[in-house]
Write a protein that binds this ligand. Structure first.
Ligand code: SAH
Length: 235
């Protein structure tokens, strides 16, 4: 086997691994998403189309389609594919939706949502991660996005209202500013800490000016949301 690829041109090897990743991606959609009840057809198509391997560090690429989160540097993680799908499906996006993600991280969830929504706004607190996002997403042809570096725990008031807000880090509570930035019938998807080692993924829907309904979508595991309307930085 050794040397089998040695004479192969780089581009051919590249095409080969692209094909391999594509087939792993199909498998991921079937086994991790469809099998667990993800039904939104446009979402499943987007999950089949976006190359997750381009959002993970090079040395971890072989694990791109594993059923788990992966480290992306700066002590942060790219979410498990199923959790991304669960959150995005709960956000109920259509081609007219304006959606905000707080905690863009690698930008994977932004890329998925850019296939489904009209416009995607995203905020990332970590400067180094935020800096990489525009070029990575532009290379993939995502043009309907707006990225900002900084603390997004109080939302993005200048761009509100949003049809959906996804918080991709665990919050200590459901922040009032986020609720007030929801459009009528808008959905807030947010993991909330309930004591040690217990995080619940909550969906809050705006039924009226001051009328909200809550739904618990299950247990999850996220890194902390740090900021003004969130946890204080460690140390
Ligand atoms: N959806 C991302 C997951 C990122 S992990 C992905 O698919 O890759 C959570 C991210 O939230 C981290 O990158 C972290 O830096 C960021 N974060 C934490 N607190 C934040 C805040 N107050 N505002 C914006 N981003 C925050």
């Amino acid at each position: 086997m050794s040397g089998r690829f040695s004479g192969m041109k780089r581009s051919k090897a590249g095409a080969r691994s692209e094909k391999l990743f594509a087939s792993e991606r199909q498998k991921m959609v079937r086994r991790q998403l469809k099998a667990r009840g993800i039904r939104d057809k446009a979402l499943l198509r987007a999950m089949k189309a976006v190359p997750r391997e381009l959002f993970v560090p090079e040395n971890l690429r072989e694990f791109s389609y594993d059923d788990s989160p992966l480290p992306i540097g700066e002590a942060q993680t790219i979410s498990q594919p199923y959790v991304v799908a669960l959150m995005v499906e709960a956000a109920g996006l259509t081609s007219n939706s304006r959606v905000l993600e707080i905690g863009a991280g690698s930008g994977y969830c932004v890329a998925i949502m850019s296939h489904l929504a009209g416009r995607v706004y995203a905020i990332e607190r970590d400067e180094a991660l935020a800096e990489e996002l525009p070029s990575r997403l532009a290379e993939l042809g995502c043009t309907n996005i707006e990225i900002r570096a900084g603390d997004g725990s109080a939302g993005w008031v200048e761009e509100a209202p949003f049809d959906a807000i996804i918080v991709s880090a665990v919050a200590p509570h459901i922040a009032q500013p986020l609720l007030s930035q929801l459009a009528p019938d808008g959905r807030l998807i947010v993991p909330v800490a309930r004591g040690t080692d217990n995080q619940r993924l909550m969906k809050v829907t705006r039924r009226g000016e001051d009328d909200f309904s809550e739904e618990d979508l299950g247990g999850v595991h996220f890194v902390p949301l740090i900021g003004e309307e969130a946890f204080a930085p460690a140390g």
